[in-house]
Write a protein that binds this ligand. Structure first.
Ligand SMILES: Nc1ncnc2c1ncn2[C@@H]1O[C@H](COP(=O)(O)OP(=O)(O)OP(=O)(O)O)[C@@H](O)[C@H]1O
Length: 335
């Protein structure tokens, strides 16, 4: 059974189709990313999957439970960590978890057993009795993740897990999330608009734009779909023989010659630079510069949608107000 199966899922607001007939599946134990600019529909999709919003059409199953009419079972099998901080800084780490567990009406004995387990899972056992106000940004984020893990969910949703963290803490948080997935086997769904985050963390990434999924694959698969790395060589002189003989090389997928340089599309570019230099030697060609460009998920997004993710975000009216709007929508939906 898949951890999540989505079938024709659609959400329409008055004039906007926020999620447009999506169908995809997430395997158990996978780290799956939803990558897209603000307004792509990621939060609306997540809010439907966690049963905070009802779909206009289609449905989805979380751990085999239908989000339309098995909301209790769906909620029991998932944990959610929202973008906005949800821990109380005046309480200790352990008290925060106890408070959260009470909201889930867990029995006291069960709670007392689970709290140290979770603190261990999120590497905060030594900080259990310290106030959260004294925690670093990364520790607070791990405590949030711990809250989401209290009731032993099979699927964990992380909405923009590293927004607002500095570069070092982001990296630590990624490594932590990966370790958590490997050690506990929990399925993790991440929404993000950071390409490096999706690239580093996710086994598969669904690229979302304007309510649709435009591609789903591993980060490597998505980048490979662009045709490979590009090595650009500056050339001194005619270099005709060099360029002609490139065509005989089976690992050259494409070449594009201008007066002063040749751009070669190929797999594993860095390991082929030596072959290119050798060929230049054989054909008495002088190479004046070497530039290796590896495709990024930004290039993939550009080739699929015609604009970069950053440009798409700039098109959104206001990221700041959109995210405030989102948090108040989420809060409303939770009430
Ligand atoms: N309650 C609502 N009423 C009207 N329109 C909405 C509502 N919720 C979302 N939308 C619209 O649906 C579209 C998708 O929004 P959504 O918040 O799901 O995108 P997102 O990818 O999660 O962006 P963000 O990263 O900013 O949260 C946007 O055009 C948004 O304005």
């Amino acid at each position: 059974m898949d951890a999540i199966q989505v079938d024709g899922l659609t959400k329409e607001f008055d004039t906007v189709t926020a999620v447009d007939e999506l169908s995809f599946a997430v395997e158990q134990g996978e780290v799956f990313g939803l990558l897209g600019p603000n307004g792509a529909g990621k939060s609306t999709l997540i809010n439907m999957l966690v049963t905070l919003l009802g779909p206009t059409a289609g449905t989805a199953w979380v751990n085999g439970h239908d989000i339309r009419d098995e909301t209790g079972d769906v909620r029991d099998s998932l944990g959610i960590v929202f973008q906005e901080p949800a821990v109380d800084e005046e309480l200790t780490g352990a008290e925060n978890l106890a408070f959260h567990a009470r909201m889930y009406s867990k029995r006291k004995a069960e709670r007392e057993e689970r709290i140290p387990e979770v603190l261990e899972l999120v590497d905060l056992a030594d900080e259990a009795d310290n106030k959260v106000a004294s925690y670093s940004g990364g520790m607070q984020r791990r405590l949030e993740i711990g809250r989401g893990l209290m009731h032993k969910p099979e699927v964990l949703f992380l909405d923009e897990p590293t927004t607002g963290l500095d570069a070092r803490t982001r990296r630590d948080t990624w490594e932590y999330i990966q370790r958590l997935n490997e050690e506990s086997g929990v399925t993790i769904i991440i929404t993000t608009h950071y390409m490096d985050e999706a690239d580093f963390l996710c086994e598969r990434v669904a690229i979302m734009d304007q309510g649709e999924i435009v591609a789903v694959d591993s980060p490597e698969g998505l980048k490979d779909s662009l045709g490979g790395d590009v090595v650009t060589l500056g050339l001194n002189g005619p270099a005709n023989e060099f360029v002609d003989r490139l065509d005989d090389r089976p690992w050259v997928r494409e070449r594009d010659r201008t007066d002063e340089e040749v751009a070669i599309t190929l797999e594993h570019g860095s390991t082929r630079v030596v072959d290119l230099v050798r060929l230049a030697d054989e054909t008495e060609t002088t190479i004046t510069s070497v530039d290796l460009e590896k495709p990024s998920l930004e290039n993939v997004f550009l080739s699929l949608t015609g604009s970069t993710l950053t440009e798409r975000e700039a098109d959104e009216p206001s990221t700041e107000s959109a995210s405030h709007e989102q948090s108040s929508r989420t809060a409303r939906a939770r009430q």
